[in-house]
Design a protein. Sequence first.
Length: 243
Amino acid sequence: MTRTLKRTVTTFAAAALTLAGTMVAAPMQAHAYDWSSTLQQGSTGADVRELQIRVAGWAADGPEQTYVAVDGDFGPATEAAVIRFQQHYGLEADGVVDAETQEALNALEDSDGSTAHFEFSEFHSKDGSGFNSGKVDAATVKENVRRLMYKLEAVRAKAGDRPIIVNSGFRSISHNSNVGGASNSQHMYGIAADIVISDRSVSQAISYAQSSGFSGIIRYSTFTHVDSRVEYPYGAGSYYWAT
């Protein structure tokens, strides 16, 4: 199912409601991740790794073969991606991931681990295999898809919040063979998607992808293939932009 908006984020966590004369705290939106502290350059650990996943789509200002490494080390590349994220969402662009920036990051997630504008089911293999029977186990595929979703959230934002249709996400080995996919297709790892952006051309989709940390970008007549092949030990290993 394609969505224009998967959910509405509650921004009134600190507000209160009056009910029968009693002040009742407004319910908070459930999130899949809780930040433990403010993050900035020099920070390390699991929070930084999660941050890097969420700002990976803000890897560059324009076409550049680069990506945000998900290594848990908050260095200059991570800071630059955070600043781009902050600028886009109207936050103080200082590279410091404080409560306000964390709230904006959480606005892009859902409690099941997917993101605001994408469902895991959109990336399931078209032969009914879900995330099974690929080149890696289903749990790894699901995590790879989650990371891919955040890059696509950035592409969507750069496209003016136009909906993205996922023509093909993960493919089981069998399904990939049946559709004539490459023998080492990145789809079989959950690190690739074939996309169409509503009211945007293939050329425009490519331009958004080129600043969003994708190492594989391939032009087709009616859709764009994007993947993160250089970030994974089982990926294709080198950049391939056939644009």
